[in-house]
Design a protein around this ligand. Structure first.
Ligand code: SF4
Length: 340
């Protein structure tokens, strides 16, 4: 794998914080994350359920639902401040410049209208376009996502299509207006393994053909290795490691990244070799642990890890992580304190 170098930033997320006030307290779902996405880059965001992957993506596209609150930070797209856009500006922006495909295609398509109506409506809401041109473009887009009988599919309802076909339709809808950035939120989770592979290949092919950037949210490290250029590893609402896929795969820095990698099934595993799950439970966002959020699960935990959160440290160009192991910790604090 060759690392790519990019010069042109498309998206800049800086110190983004999102919380959910609840009757039991405030859930800090995203706790000061920062990353960049460049033109033509595919960035993976990896983490367990509840790590804040999807919430951060929904903030970018303005789809956070109440009671979520953006408490701080900034999101800039081609230099424009997304968080200060009016509702009307956001509606134009969403679908036009940034699009998203969701985990469950079945629940993302409207069951009441035929597919053709939903596709042409998307075009009408972003472009001044005649009825027949919209229909033509919708058919061409369905064909470009591998749907051969596109004219027939235009007449069908969601319930008449398979899960894989629905996801192809969702991808067609997301790409209709030629977005510069596509956010794919675990787009293959609801599909069976063979279809998953087809959809991932299709997305990568379309991304390369259109020169789009893509944020691919997943808990599957294998997919990241396959299609992404860079990766951000999220844990408990923070990015704990970030870098090119090459750097993170071949020289992981953070104990959580290393633990995730040990849990990936590999084709060269022998029958007697077992996958090693990440020990312990994910963070309780209502009462997160002090210090490093990963410390209750970390086999390398030191005294200082329980007291103080480590700062982000860049180890090589673009490759950084937040862990006390990367700092010059005093000898007295080096003893590993977690019992395993
Ligand atoms: Fe483990 Fe400490 Fe690093 Fe956190 S800071 S990941 S507890 S070694």
């Amino acid at each position: 794998m060759q690392s790519k170098h990019y010069s042109d930033k498309l998206l800049e997320v800086r110190d983004l914080k999102v919380s959910f006030p609840t009757s039991r307290g405030v859930v800090r779902a995203v706790n000061g994350i920062s990353y960049d996405v460049h033109r033509g880059e595919v960035m993976g965001i990896v983490g367990e359920s509840g790590s804040g992957k999807s919430v951060s993506a929904y903030s970018i596209i303005g789809l956070l639902k109440s009671p979520a609150v953006i408490d701080g930070g900034s999101i800039r797209f081609e230099g424009r401040d997304i968080l200060s856009m009016s509702r009307k500006q956001m509606e134009k922006f969403r679908g036009g410049e940034i699009s998203m495909i969701f985990q469950d295609p079945m629940s993302s398509l409207d069951p009441v209208f035929p597919i053709g109506h939903q596709l042409t409506e998307t075009l009408h809401s972003h472009k001044k376009i005649s009825r027949s041109d919209a229909r033509q473009q919708a058919i061409q887009m369905l064909q470009s996502v591998g749907i051969r009988d596109a004219q027939q599919v235009m007449k069908k309802y969601r319930s008449e299509l398979s899960g894989g076909m629905c996801q192809r339709v969702m991808i067609a809808m997301a790409l209709l207006c030629g977005p510069k950035l596509l956010i794919a939120d675990e787009p293959t989770t609801a599909l069976d393994v063979t279809i998953q592979d087809q959809i991932i290949r299709l997305l990568k092919d379309l991304q390369e053909r259109n020169g789009m950037s893509m944020i691919f949210i997943t808990h599957n490290f294998g997919i990241v290795a396959d299609i992404c250029d860079s990766v951000s590893i999220m844990y408990g609402g923070t990015v704990v490691e970030q870098g090119s896929v090459n750097d993170v795969f071949y020289s992981p820095l953070h104990p959580y990244t290393k633990a995730l990698m040990k849990a990936i099934p590999r084709v060269d595993y022998k029958e007697y070799e077992r996958l090693i799950p990440v020990e312990g439970m994910p963070i309780n966002a209502l009462s997160p642990p002090g210090g490093c959020g990963f410390h209750p699960r970390c086999a390398s935990c030191m005294q200082i890890c329980r007291q103080k959160a480590p700062a982000r440290k860049e180890i090589s160009y673009g490759h950084s992580a937040s862990c006390w192991l990367l700092e010059d910790v005093q000898e007295s604090e080096e003893a590993v304190v977690n019992e395993k």
